[in-house]
Design a protein around this ligand. Structure first.
Ligand code: ADX
Length: 178
């Protein structure tokens, strides 16, 4: 079996809002496509808007978000498409469920300290949450359970996008020859 007809991997990017998940995901997606791989990205913000507007941000809904993303990731990867999933996915147990279900699962902890994420505040949501406009915002008044043993950790406050992205690509090459 060659790498082109083998099942592909799911790269799961977890981290706080504004940690850099989408940016890093785009870098990896583009690199894979440039080198001729089939790849797709599922972004929490996008699927919530386009596919499942019914989900909000309770623990139950966030776990359901992860469950649905896992199912899509499984379908795509089974068909040879390397799938990057970018979602805060704050609960460890839900991510572990995804790991159990997905045969080639890679957890990437996109790690930037909360104060850095708050300073970046790309969407202005931290400011809003601190002002009381949003309740249950991850890192402010809702938990983020950091991975204990991520397959790869990217410190986006210390590394360039290229450095972080190359770590992920190296892992794909060395573990699954992708
Ligand atoms: S997850 O927690 O269920 O994995 P997901 O990654 O899909 O979250 O969506 C997070 C995005 O939703 C954030 O980037 C932000 O734009 C938006 N958002 C709106 N409300 C919240 C909230 N209470 N907590 C976190 N993100 C929120």
């Amino acid at each position: 079996m060659t790498s082109s007809d083998a099942a592909a991997a799911v790269i799961w990017l977890t981290g706080l809002s504004s940690a850099g998940k989408s940016t890093l995901g785009e870098y990896v997606l583009n690199s894979l496509r440039i080198s001729g791989r089939k790849a797709e990205m599922l972004d929490g913000d996008v699927v919530r808007l386009q596919l499942w507007k019914d989900l909000l941000f309770s623990k139950k809904d966030r776990d359901e978000n992860v469950r649905r993303l896992t199912i899509l990731g499984e379908l795509l990867a089974r068909n040879g498409i390397i799938t990057i999933i970018s979602a805060i996915s704050p609960y460890r147990a839900a991510r572990e469920e995804a790991r159990k279900r997905l045969p080639t699962f890679m957890e990437v902890y996109v790690n930037a300290p909360l104060d850095v994420c708050e300073r970046r505040d790309i969407k202005g949501l931290y400011r809003n949450a601190r002002a009381g406009g949003i309740h249950g915002f991850t890192g402010v008044d809702a938990p983020y359970e950091a991975p204990l043993q991520p397959d790869v950790e990217c410190r986006t406050d210390l590394e360039s996008i290229e450095e972080s992205g190359e770590k992920i690509l190296r892992y794909l090459r060395t573990h699954w020859s992708l």
